[in-house]
Design a protein around this ligand. Sequence first.
Ligand SMILES: Cc1cc2nc3c(=O)[nH]c(=O)nc-3n(C[C@H](O)[C@H](O)[C@H](O)COP(=O)(O)OP(=O)(O)OC[C@H]3O[C@@H](n4cnc5c(N)ncnc54)[C@H](O)[C@@H]3O)c2cc1C
Length: 400
Amino acid sequence: MNLSTDMQQDMLRQRLQSLGLPAQTLCTAMKQHAARTDETGDIPSSFWEQVNVRALNLNLVPPEHGGDEGLWPLMQRVLLMEQLGYADPALALALPGPGLATPPLLALASKEQQRALFGRFQSDAPVWGGFAITEPDVGSDATALRTSARECSDGYVLNGTKCFITNGARADFVVTFATVDKGRGRFGVRAFAVDRRTPGFQVVRLEKMLGLRGSQLAVLSYADCLIPKENLLQRGDESRLHDAFSGAQSSWDYFRPVLSSVIVGSCARVRDELAEYLEAASPKAVRWRRLHVADMLSSISGKISAARLLCHKAAWRYEQGLPVSKDSSMAKAYASRIAMEIAEAILQTVGLEGLHDRPVFERFYRDAKAYDILEGTGDMQRLMVTRLHQRQGVEDGLLV
Ligand SMILES: Cc1cc2nc3c(=O)[nH]c(=O)nc-3n(C[C@H](O)[C@H](O)[C@H](O)COP(=O)(O)OP(=O)(O)OC[C@H]3O[C@@H](n4cnc5c(N)ncnc54)[C@H](O)[C@@H]3O)c2cc1C
């Protein structure tokens, strides 16, 4: 990493400013609308009046399709998402743009497909993309998915159900993973861009969420959805086509550090709120109490710094074109675990009164559980890290 984080943050601020995305304005709007979004799951219309919608739409669009070059490197994105997570994690995940659909489009779609799909985000109204792999009976072992894609003369006919799809009801199109041959496991999996207007495609319901309500997880059903051949994501490169699952993996590799940064940002926010709350609650506290508070806050700060560094390491490796699955999983497993620990510590310290006085504590407690599950559970990340570590043998950088 050749730039200090402070310099990177300054560059990011300037970049956001030049983009018409003044970070301060965006974060203020997010903070202002966090409680309402949590209450209803909807983003209030007044939010859109305060922010530059087109710039948000283009946030995860690659530069060659209209996105901003300076925001494109994963390190910049990780810094940005920490800021947004600090403002409000649920809204950070609910903002418009292609979202999780970006990495599989980059990995699997042809240039024409990318042009057509990323082109949809050139709009002054909010536009979302979606990514659908999880099914009611298939979460952690995504290779066992059941949604079927039967080839026919006009394209493919999709049948199945997907669940927990972030922004699923808002999405203009959903990159949907389905199998053409269940017997072939991951090698039977294909990815399709499913337009929300496709006959047979239906948003069955929105999940009633404990936390991260703004991200509106949806259950989607596909009943004899006829998907034109040109919506099968393929570059004409057969090896990629036959391993569309690697497109999903590329999504996770890319997004785990991004999501972990949202988690880091939200941990930093509650740490700051906790410090302020405790200071206001007992400014003249006796020495032993001040020491106890300092011990807790510095321990929380240490964990946040460690989680942040894991995100930055994963982002850096990604930028260098190095294998990143282990680092991305480590960042995600660690960030979500410390979020749970911090949530517990806050609850123990501030009690019900504190939860009532600062709703952000209560929201954080609810969000922390979702952090552990989304983008693969903590258990799965730890298994993955261990497996990859054993396969890799020696820790990076060690000479023996
Ligand atoms: C906020 C949020 C957003 C999400 N967004 C999306 C999205 O946009 N698109 C999408 O496709 N999905 C999305 N998901 C779904 C998410 O990826 C899955 O929930 C997750 O992969 C876990 O799958 P599951 O819920 O079926 O749990 P299961 O796989 O049923 O796991 C249940 C429990 O068993 C444990 N477990 C499972 N298998 C093993 C094993 N082999 N060894 C040890 N323990 C195991 C798990 O750790 C977990 O504790 C989202 C989820 C959340 C919470």
